[in-house]
Design a protein around this ligand. Sequence first.
Ligand code: SF4
Ligand code: SF3
Length: 544
Amino acid sequence: MSMFCYQCQEAAGGKGCQVKGVCGKNEDVAKLQDLLIYTLKGISDIVVKAGLSAKDLSSVNHEVLKSLFMTITNANFDEAAIETEVNRAIALRNELRTSAAGVAGLHDAAVFEVSGRAGMLLKAASVGVLATENEDVRSLRELIIYGVKGLAAYTHHALNLGKENVDIYDFTYKALAATLDDTLSADDLVALTLKTGEFGVAGMALLDSANTTKYGNPEITQVNIGVKNNPAILISGHDLTDLEQLLEQTKGTGVDVYTHSEMLPAHYYPAFKKYDNFVGNYGNAWWKQTEEFQSFNGPILFTTNCIVPPRSEEVRSRIFTTGASGFPGCVHIEADENGKKDFSEIIALAKTLSAPTEIENGTIVGGFAHEQVFALADKVVDAVKSGAIKKFFVMAGCDGRMKSREYYEQFAEKLPKDTVILTAGCAKYRYNKLDLGDIGGIPRVLDAGQCNDSYSLALIALKLKEVFELNDINELPIAYNIAWYEQKAVIVLLALLYLGVKNIHLGPTLPAFLSPNVAKVLVETFGIGGIGTVDEDIKMFMGA
Ligand code: SF4
Ligand code: SF3
């Protein structure tokens, strides 16, 4: 059996990648990732069957988080790094099994042994997604696993800031172990899917509190999208502690720092405004990096996804990775035991390279996370009451390279002028540079931040529900037209479902991993829908 992966929106043919990933993931990486996930399920099997508690499993918890994160789309393409992680996970699993001696009925995932890369690949061929034969059970198991991967990513960022919630770890073990349990019914798995959403809310809340406690609450900010004349480093991904360390190490060196893609919202945090060399955002969503990294000229640091395999050796030589991200041939910077990272090699390289070539100029505005929007609440509520704002559109999520995503740009452009877009995640790049105007001083695109800051959008909705004294969040004049790509969007979606949000439209295509029956449950229970044409959808959303 060759590889099989259908975890992201770009799954080949809308079904699954079987030869090579559309993302660039090769067969060996896909299989090693499958084996890594299987090993994590084995760890979880032991934890659950032995009745262990996450509060006593610190190093295992952290390794599981990192491993899950490494398998997220576009995070890590480095076979050697994933092989090392499989070995680490197996060693931890075996220690755990020894300490839980006497526990009966462990699953193969908890006991299998392999030797070397060849042994791993052989084993992986029988434990991947297709090992579950029933397509509905497979669909629900994978939905839960992808949600747990997204949750792990957010929890990992919080952990880097010293914040943890052991209940999330306990749930992660429970959920992963459940995906091995053939006695669970489809109904049990649907219930577990919603539970995953509940922990999604907890995970995003944890990260929100970790970020805002350390860096302050995001505030309205104009971000420069042009360039200066100094050599510079581009930082991509989602991890704010990595950015903080890079800014500390580059200040006073004559090297500027620019954000890329999901790092843009870092500019909204008060704590980062004190760095004179933190000059702006360069480029757009992740999938445009092939051209944009060429013209950036300087080194690029990936803290997480989304990496696109570089086409030229020259660009590859400028790419560095850290945390869960990795790419073969690129230098990977590890943290020391105190979490400190030494970026001096990147800074030294930057000094030898040219300043970025300008590709855009001007500014974009953002920073509309919960506290900033609450500060504007009176203005917003008045605008709704007076009819100046008829409807809000939550258009959070991800961007991607499919041509059909032009829908989102056109949708934003064609929306009636008395509507406001609430966004978060890299989906915003489809419309955050359009001149959509404002309503009485409130910009028509309010960017809360990264994909995890969709949590802010949920808080804003709950606040509006309270102000307007409504019983149900679905009575608000808010429509949800969400673009998804990878597994963090899955946890955001499950979190919204858990909060009771109905009638979410998801595009540009529904997940390949939803079997027809599981899709039916989502449609019937939550009113989930796809997208149609821009004009028809706007009519439908506006209730015309
Ligand atoms: Fe294909 Fe997406 Fe899996 Fe990559 S992550 S192999 S593009 S389904
Ligand atoms: Fe984007 Fe990869 Fe999902 Fe965090 S950077 S939203 S796709």
